[in-house]
Design a protein around this ligand. Sequence first.
Ligand SMILES: [Zn+2]
Length: 413
Amino acid sequence: MSFRSPVFLFSALGGLLVATLAFLLICESAAAKQPAVTGVRLGQNPPSTAKGTTRVVLDLTSAVPYSAFLLGSPYRLVIDLPEVAWTTNGGSKQETVGLVERLRYGHFRPGNSRVVVDLMGPAKILRHSVLTKPDRIVFDIAPVGPARFKPGQKVGLKGWEPPSSESIPLPRRKPDGLNGKRVVVIDAGHGGVDPGAVRGKTYEKRITLAIANAVKVQLEKSGRYRVVMTRSRDTFLELRERVETAHENKGDLFISIHADTHPKKNTRGASVYTLSEKASDKEAAALAAKENNADAIAGSPVDPSVYSDETIDILRDLQRRQTDRHSAIFARMLTEQLDTKGVGLARRKAHRFAGFVVLKSPNVPSVLIELGYLSNKDDRQMLQTSRFRSRVAKAMLASADRYFKYVDDLARR
Ligand SMILES: [Zn+2]
């Protein structure tokens, strides 16, 4: 039989088809079998003392590599994994066991999931290992004196490194198809390993994303806006990355969405914040400090340059002042529209200001909105309803329309 015979060709094609199908099946089962963390457990030895060894166990469906390091101020153990599914409930544990004050876990960045363990004090990693049948990763940590604390030193399985933030591209503006549309950047606060405020099973990061999505739909439906989301899934972003997304996409407006908690259970309502070095009040200053702590919460090293002011350049200073003025104008319009559309405002002055890092774009007018308090039962329930989301979205559209009309009128003068 010649190799060119139709029979051979047929069987070769058939073989190729079988191989392709087999390949697709393997791919499918590989995708279905993404490793999952089924439990995050804490234990201590001896029990009921912070002096002994504290054990952190990650239960897995299959073996994964890991890498871990310690961080100071505040003391933390950070465990990086490849991207895994989480079949555990929630994303945080608020209990205190041994040296562990509480912990958070979730998606950190593409290809990287993370567990952040808050520690009561300085510690060292005594042991770390992968165990099989059942698959799990175990860390034993023990307290040490502050002088013997070694932050930043990496331990883990050789041959695996979590991806670096530089290797992940930001969503970019499409070069065409804008048709004169304004670009509004919507920033769903927190995400992934940083849950934001937590009350029971209610997570700020989920509320902010659901509301951001509703705002996107409403703004885009008008045909007047293109909306860029800083995140559209449950992933972590550094504050710097949120600011950069607005800049990279040539945003005309940046809105960061949050929900707060308050020690007083009856405190409720929405507030709109803009950037200012001097806070409007003590509570606003405390809130900014809390929101600015997001990077530390997720175990990211905090870049001090983000906090410093680079206003030596006069042009930059002028631009900054112009941006601040526009931010304040939009904040006032948004506050009015929230009120008109039935989104309850906080009882005290609803437009306040403080030094939020996420609002530090030099040329994109930016506001941060705290839509309510998870510590208030009524707010907590309301924040999760589609009725509330729709009110917020309508207020955002109406205030954006007013704001850009103001900007256009100003340009025509
Ligand atoms: Zn927040």
